[in-house]
Design a protein around this ligand. Structure first.
Ligand SMILES: [Zn+2]
Length: 61
């Protein structure tokens, strides 16, 4: 049973960290981390960005 009071956000190591879809930076505990969810062919795809700049860069690609 998972303790609901645990802070899961502090348990991520670098191997599990998502990479920015634009620049490839590992995103660990980044306050500017952005996640975009898109549904394609009925499946959800999550894309991670390290900053607003990288998110904007990906738009329209
Ligand atoms: Zn980036």
């Amino acid at each position: 049973m998972v303790d609901p009071t645990s802070d899961l956000g502090e348990d991520v190591d670098e191997d599990d960290a998502p990479e920015c879809a634009t620049c490839g930076t590992k995103i660990v505990q980044s306050p500017t981390h952005r996640v975009v969810t898109r549904v394609e062919d009925g499946r959800a795809h999550h894309r991670h960005f390290c900053s607003e700049e990288c998110l904007a860069d990906d738009d329209g690609a």
